[in-house]
Design a protein around this ligand. Structure first.
Ligand code: ZN
Length: 343
Protein backbone atom coordinates (compact mmCIF):
# COMPACT_ATOMS: atom_id res chain seq x y z
CA UNK A 1 0.00 0.00 0.00
CA UNK A 2 2.81 2.37 0.93
CA UNK A 3 4.52 1.74 -2.39
CA UNK A 4 1.35 2.53 -4.29
CA UNK A 5 0.82 5.81 -2.55
CA UNK A 6 4.45 6.74 -3.07
CA UNK A 7 4.13 5.99 -6.77
CA UNK A 8 0.95 8.03 -6.95
CA UNK A 9 2.48 10.98 -5.17
CA UNK A 10 5.50 10.85 -7.46
CA UNK A 11 3.22 10.83 -10.47
CA UNK A 12 1.21 13.79 -9.26
CA UNK A 13 4.37 15.68 -8.29
CA UNK A 14 5.66 15.15 -11.79
CA UNK A 15 2.38 16.41 -13.24
CA UNK A 16 2.43 19.49 -11.00
CA UNK A 17 6.01 20.32 -12.01
CA UNK A 18 5.22 19.72 -15.67
CA UNK A 19 2.35 22.21 -15.47
CA UNK A 20 4.36 24.85 -13.61
CA UNK A 21 7.29 24.82 -16.03
CA UNK A 22 5.08 24.49 -19.11
CA UNK A 23 3.12 27.55 -18.03
CA UNK A 24 6.37 29.36 -17.36
CA UNK A 25 7.57 28.50 -20.86
CA UNK A 26 4.40 29.52 -22.63
CA UNK A 27 4.33 32.79 -20.66
CA UNK A 28 8.00 33.40 -21.45
CA UNK A 29 7.40 32.72 -25.13
CA UNK A 30 4.37 35.03 -25.27
CA UNK A 31 6.21 37.89 -23.59
CA UNK A 32 9.46 37.73 -25.53
CA UNK A 33 9.74 40.77 -27.73
CA UNK A 34 12.11 39.40 -30.34
CA UNK A 35 11.20 36.72 -32.86
CA UNK A 36 11.63 33.41 -31.19
CA UNK A 37 11.81 29.86 -32.37
CA UNK A 38 10.38 28.29 -29.24
CA UNK A 39 7.73 25.69 -30.18
CA UNK A 40 4.10 26.58 -29.54
CA UNK A 41 2.78 23.41 -27.99
CA UNK A 42 2.48 22.97 -24.25
CA UNK A 43 5.72 21.58 -22.92
CA UNK A 44 9.08 22.38 -21.41
CA UNK A 45 12.81 22.10 -21.95
CA UNK A 46 15.13 19.69 -20.24
CA UNK A 47 17.43 22.18 -18.48
CA UNK A 48 20.48 20.02 -19.13
CA UNK A 49 20.24 19.15 -22.83
CA UNK A 50 17.62 21.82 -23.84
CA UNK A 51 15.62 19.28 -25.78
CA UNK A 52 11.96 20.28 -25.95
CA UNK A 53 9.39 17.88 -24.53
CA UNK A 54 5.71 18.28 -25.34
CA UNK A 55 2.87 16.73 -23.39
CA UNK A 56 3.13 13.64 -25.63
CA UNK A 57 6.74 13.10 -24.53
CA UNK A 58 5.75 13.30 -20.90
CA UNK A 59 6.99 9.75 -20.20
CA UNK A 60 10.52 10.78 -21.14
CA UNK A 61 10.69 13.26 -18.26
CA UNK A 62 11.80 12.26 -14.78
CA UNK A 63 11.95 13.84 -11.35
CA UNK A 64 15.53 14.88 -10.71
CA UNK A 65 17.04 15.33 -7.26
CA UNK A 66 19.06 18.50 -7.04
CA UNK A 67 21.43 18.51 -5.20
CA UNK A 68 21.82 14.74 -5.63
CA UNK A 69 19.76 12.58 -3.30
CA UNK A 70 22.92 11.34 -1.59
CA UNK A 71 23.70 14.93 -0.60
CA UNK A 72 20.31 15.80 0.80
CA UNK A 73 18.65 17.21 -2.32
CA UNK A 74 14.95 17.23 -3.18
CA UNK A 75 13.25 16.25 -6.44
CA UNK A 76 11.79 19.61 -7.45
CA UNK A 77 12.65 19.69 -11.14
CA UNK A 78 12.13 17.59 -14.24
CA UNK A 79 14.93 16.54 -16.54
CA UNK A 80 14.81 14.06 -19.40
CA UNK A 81 15.41 10.36 -18.83
CA UNK A 82 18.66 10.48 -20.72
CA UNK A 83 20.14 13.36 -18.73
CA UNK A 84 18.91 12.05 -15.39
CA UNK A 85 20.54 8.69 -16.01
CA UNK A 86 23.75 9.75 -17.66
CA UNK A 87 24.59 13.44 -17.46
CA UNK A 88 26.44 14.02 -14.30
CA UNK A 89 26.04 10.71 -12.52
CA UNK A 90 29.81 10.50 -12.81
CA UNK A 91 30.43 14.04 -11.56
CA UNK A 92 27.79 13.65 -8.84
CA UNK A 93 29.66 10.68 -7.41
CA UNK A 94 32.88 12.72 -7.49
CA UNK A 95 31.42 15.43 -5.27
CA UNK A 96 30.11 12.82 -2.83
CA UNK A 97 33.54 11.22 -2.78
CA UNK A 98 35.28 14.56 -2.24
CA UNK A 99 33.00 15.52 0.66
CA UNK A 100 33.26 12.08 2.25
CA UNK A 101 36.99 12.53 2.08
CA UNK A 102 36.72 15.92 3.80
CA UNK A 103 34.50 14.36 6.48
CA UNK A 104 36.97 11.63 7.24
CA UNK A 105 40.05 13.82 7.05
CA UNK A 106 38.22 16.14 9.48
CA UNK A 107 37.61 13.11 11.77
CA UNK A 108 33.88 13.72 11.80
CA UNK A 109 31.61 11.06 13.36
CA UNK A 110 29.70 8.75 10.98
CA UNK A 111 32.12 9.41 8.17
CA UNK A 112 33.14 6.75 5.75
CA UNK A 113 35.56 6.67 2.87
CA UNK A 114 36.33 4.12 0.22
CA UNK A 115 40.01 4.64 -0.30
CA UNK A 116 43.40 3.05 -0.72
CA UNK A 117 45.84 2.64 2.12
CA UNK A 118 49.58 2.79 1.62
CA UNK A 119 52.59 1.87 3.66
CA UNK A 120 55.97 0.30 3.00
CA UNK A 121 54.41 -3.15 2.63
CA UNK A 122 51.88 -2.28 -0.08
CA UNK A 123 54.07 -0.58 -2.63
CA UNK A 124 52.66 2.20 -4.76
CA UNK A 125 49.45 0.31 -5.64
CA UNK A 126 48.20 0.39 -2.07
CA UNK A 127 45.35 -1.67 -0.74
CA UNK A 128 41.61 -1.11 -1.20
CA UNK A 129 39.76 -0.42 2.02
CA UNK A 130 36.78 1.33 3.51
CA UNK A 131 37.66 3.48 6.48
CA UNK A 132 34.79 4.27 8.84
CA UNK A 133 34.65 6.55 11.81
CA UNK A 134 31.68 5.67 13.98
CA UNK A 135 29.51 7.84 16.21
CA UNK A 136 31.94 7.47 19.12
CA UNK A 137 34.92 8.34 16.97
CA UNK A 138 36.21 4.79 16.70
CA UNK A 139 38.06 3.85 13.51
CA UNK A 140 36.92 0.73 11.72
CA UNK A 141 38.89 -0.38 8.68
CA UNK A 142 37.41 -2.91 6.29
CA UNK A 143 39.95 -4.32 3.90
CA UNK A 144 38.35 -5.47 0.68
CA UNK A 145 38.54 -9.25 0.05
CA UNK A 146 39.13 -8.41 -3.61
CA UNK A 147 42.68 -7.22 -2.89
CA UNK A 148 45.69 -9.13 -4.14
CA UNK A 149 46.14 -11.67 -1.29
CA UNK A 150 49.91 -11.25 -1.19
CA UNK A 151 49.69 -7.48 -0.76
CA UNK A 152 46.83 -7.87 1.70
CA UNK A 153 48.84 -10.27 3.88
CA UNK A 154 51.90 -8.05 3.66
CA UNK A 155 49.81 -5.11 4.82
CA UNK A 156 48.33 -6.97 7.77
CA UNK A 157 51.75 -8.34 8.70
CA UNK A 158 53.17 -4.85 8.73
CA UNK A 159 51.70 -4.40 12.19
CA UNK A 160 54.45 -3.44 14.57
CA UNK A 161 54.35 -4.85 18.05
CA UNK A 162 55.53 -2.78 20.94
CA UNK A 163 56.19 -4.12 24.39
CA UNK A 164 54.73 -2.17 27.30
CA UNK A 165 56.19 -2.97 30.66
CA UNK A 166 53.15 -1.61 32.45
CA UNK A 167 55.21 -0.26 35.34
CA UNK A 168 54.65 0.17 38.20
CA UNK A 169 53.86 -3.46 38.16
CA UNK A 170 50.68 -3.64 40.28
CA UNK A 171 49.02 -0.33 39.53
CA UNK A 172 48.07 -0.83 35.90
CA UNK A 173 48.15 -4.51 35.11
CA UNK A 174 46.04 -4.25 31.97
CA UNK A 175 48.44 -2.03 30.10
CA UNK A 176 51.23 -4.54 30.40
CA UNK A 177 52.04 -6.60 27.34
CA UNK A 178 52.08 -6.07 23.63
CA UNK A 179 50.37 -3.31 21.76
CA UNK A 180 49.90 -3.23 18.00
CA UNK A 181 50.60 -0.32 15.71
CA UNK A 182 49.55 -0.22 12.12
CA UNK A 183 50.61 2.85 10.22
CA UNK A 184 49.50 3.87 6.75
CA UNK A 185 48.61 6.83 4.54
CA UNK A 186 45.34 7.56 2.72
CA UNK A 187 45.23 8.18 -0.96
CA UNK A 188 45.25 11.90 -1.64
CA UNK A 189 42.54 13.27 -3.92
CA UNK A 190 44.01 13.88 -7.34
CA UNK A 191 43.58 16.92 -9.55
CA UNK A 192 41.07 15.33 -11.91
CA UNK A 193 38.70 14.40 -9.09
CA UNK A 194 38.69 17.97 -7.80
CA UNK A 195 37.89 19.25 -11.25
CA UNK A 196 34.96 16.85 -11.70
CA UNK A 197 33.68 17.62 -8.21
CA UNK A 198 33.75 21.34 -8.95
CA UNK A 199 31.77 20.81 -12.18
CA UNK A 200 29.22 18.92 -10.08
CA UNK A 201 28.86 22.07 -7.96
CA UNK A 202 28.37 24.16 -11.09
CA UNK A 203 25.62 21.77 -12.21
CA UNK A 204 23.84 21.97 -8.85
CA UNK A 205 23.96 25.79 -8.90
CA UNK A 206 22.74 25.95 -12.51
CA UNK A 207 19.79 23.64 -11.76
CA UNK A 208 18.84 25.68 -8.66
CA UNK A 209 18.80 28.80 -10.85
CA UNK A 210 16.51 27.01 -13.29
CA UNK A 211 14.29 25.66 -10.50
CA UNK A 212 13.77 29.15 -9.07
CA UNK A 213 13.73 31.33 -12.20
CA UNK A 214 12.61 28.97 -14.95
CA UNK A 215 13.16 29.55 -18.65
CA UNK A 216 14.36 33.12 -18.22
CA UNK A 217 17.36 31.56 -16.52
CA UNK A 218 17.71 28.62 -18.90
CA UNK A 219 17.83 30.93 -21.94
CA UNK A 220 20.27 33.37 -20.34
CA UNK A 221 23.08 34.76 -22.47
CA UNK A 222 25.86 32.49 -21.23
CA UNK A 223 23.96 29.38 -20.22
CA UNK A 224 24.95 27.38 -23.28
CA UNK A 225 28.54 27.67 -22.11
CA UNK A 226 27.59 26.48 -18.61
CA UNK A 227 25.65 23.55 -20.04
CA UNK A 228 28.46 22.57 -22.34
CA UNK A 229 30.88 22.60 -19.39
CA UNK A 230 28.48 20.38 -17.40
CA UNK A 231 28.09 18.05 -20.37
CA UNK A 232 31.86 17.79 -20.88
CA UNK A 233 33.30 17.88 -17.36
CA UNK A 234 36.74 16.73 -18.56
CA UNK A 235 37.14 19.72 -20.89
CA UNK A 236 38.35 23.02 -19.50
CA UNK A 237 35.61 25.14 -21.05
CA UNK A 238 35.48 27.43 -18.01
CA UNK A 239 39.08 27.45 -16.88
CA UNK A 240 38.72 30.05 -14.10
CA UNK A 241 37.30 29.69 -10.59
CA UNK A 242 33.50 30.00 -10.47
CA UNK A 243 33.08 29.76 -6.70
CA UNK A 244 33.47 32.33 -3.94
CA UNK A 245 34.25 31.13 -0.43
CA UNK A 246 32.45 33.06 2.27
CA UNK A 247 30.60 32.49 5.50
CA UNK A 248 27.18 32.68 3.87
CA UNK A 249 24.38 33.14 6.38
CA UNK A 250 21.11 31.17 6.14
CA UNK A 251 19.26 34.10 4.57
CA UNK A 252 21.55 33.91 1.53
CA UNK A 253 20.51 30.35 0.62
CA UNK A 254 19.05 30.36 -2.88
CA UNK A 255 19.45 32.83 -5.74
CA UNK A 256 21.25 36.13 -5.07
CA UNK A 257 22.59 38.75 -7.41
CA UNK A 258 26.01 40.17 -6.57
CA UNK A 259 25.79 43.95 -6.94
CA UNK A 260 29.18 44.93 -5.47
CA UNK A 261 31.98 44.82 -6.33
CA UNK A 262 30.67 45.39 -9.84
CA UNK A 263 33.40 43.18 -11.32
CA UNK A 264 31.66 40.24 -9.66
CA UNK A 265 28.18 41.08 -10.92
CA UNK A 266 26.53 37.66 -11.40
CA UNK A 267 23.96 35.27 -10.00
CA UNK A 268 25.31 33.89 -6.75
CA UNK A 269 23.67 30.56 -5.96
CA UNK A 270 24.15 29.46 -2.35
CA UNK A 271 23.27 25.93 -1.25
CA UNK A 272 24.01 23.29 1.35
CA UNK A 273 25.29 19.79 0.70
CA UNK A 274 24.48 17.31 3.43
CA UNK A 275 26.71 14.33 4.09
CA UNK A 276 26.12 11.78 6.86
CA UNK A 277 28.52 13.74 9.04
CA UNK A 278 28.30 17.37 8.15
CA UNK A 279 26.83 20.11 6.01
CA UNK A 280 28.83 22.12 3.48
CA UNK A 281 27.67 25.54 2.29
CA UNK A 282 28.72 26.48 -1.23
CA UNK A 283 28.48 29.72 -3.26
CA UNK A 284 28.70 29.47 -7.05
CA UNK A 285 28.62 32.36 -9.54
CA UNK A 286 26.63 32.11 -12.78
CA UNK A 287 27.02 34.93 -15.32
CA UNK A 288 24.08 37.26 -16.01
CA UNK A 289 22.40 38.57 -19.15
CA UNK A 290 24.91 41.00 -20.63
CA UNK A 291 27.65 40.15 -23.08
CA UNK A 292 30.40 41.21 -20.66
CA UNK A 293 28.92 39.35 -17.69
CA UNK A 294 30.99 36.30 -18.60
CA UNK A 295 34.03 38.26 -17.33
CA UNK A 296 33.00 37.42 -13.79
CA UNK A 297 35.14 34.29 -13.82
CA UNK A 298 38.31 36.11 -14.88
CA UNK A 299 37.50 38.78 -12.28
CA UNK A 300 37.07 36.23 -9.49
CA UNK A 301 40.50 34.91 -10.33
CA UNK A 302 42.06 38.40 -10.42
CA UNK A 303 40.46 39.47 -7.14
CA UNK A 304 41.35 36.23 -5.38
CA UNK A 305 44.94 36.47 -6.57
CA UNK A 306 45.30 40.06 -5.37
CA UNK A 307 43.55 39.70 -2.03
CA UNK A 308 43.90 37.40 0.92
CA UNK A 309 41.47 34.89 -0.54
CA UNK A 310 38.49 36.67 0.99
CA UNK A 311 36.06 38.82 -0.92
CA UNK A 312 33.47 41.17 0.55
CA UNK A 313 30.34 41.23 -1.56
CA UNK A 314 26.96 42.95 -1.53
CA UNK A 315 23.98 40.99 -2.75
CA UNK A 316 20.41 41.58 -3.84
CA UNK A 317 17.80 39.02 -2.77
CA UNK A 318 14.81 40.34 -4.73
CA UNK A 319 14.48 37.44 -7.16
CA UNK A 320 14.71 34.81 -4.47
CA UNK A 321 12.22 36.58 -2.21
CA UNK A 322 9.73 38.07 -4.66
CA UNK A 323 9.88 35.97 -7.78
CA UNK A 324 7.46 33.03 -7.78
CA UNK A 325 7.71 30.70 -10.72
CA UNK A 326 4.02 29.78 -10.38
CA UNK A 327 2.82 33.37 -10.86
CA UNK A 328 1.42 34.26 -14.24
CA UNK A 329 2.89 36.97 -16.47
CA UNK A 330 6.17 37.30 -14.59
CA UNK A 331 8.35 34.86 -16.52
CA UNK A 332 10.51 37.68 -17.96
CA UNK A 333 10.97 39.33 -14.58
CA UNK A 334 14.49 37.96 -13.93
CA UNK A 335 15.72 39.59 -17.16
CA UNK A 336 13.83 42.85 -16.59
CA UNK A 337 15.06 43.04 -13.01
CA UNK A 338 18.65 42.42 -14.06
CA UNK A 339 18.48 45.21 -16.63
CA UNK A 340 16.98 47.63 -14.08
CA UNK A 341 19.55 46.75 -11.46
CA UNK A 342 22.57 47.38 -13.67
CA UNK A 343 21.38 50.10 -16.09
ZN1 ZN B 1 18.04 16.21 -21.11
Amino acid sequence: VRNDSQTMSKKSKKQILFNIYSNNLSDFKTNLKSNNTIPNEFGLYCPLCTQHFSENDYDQLTLEHNPPNSLGGKDNILTCNKCNNSAGSRIDSEILLALNELDLIGFKPNSSLKTRLYNQSTGENGINAIVNLDQEGKFIINISPANNPVIKDAFLNSIEYEYNSGLPIFSNFESAGLSKNLSFDFKKPNKRNERLASIALLKIAYLIGYEKLGHAFLFGKHMELIRSQIKHPDKEIINKPFWIHNNYTDDLLGVNIITKPKELKSFLIVFDLQTKSDSYRIGICIPGYNEKDIDVYSNIETILCQGEGEVTIETNRYLDKEFKIKDKNNSLLPIVFWEELFK
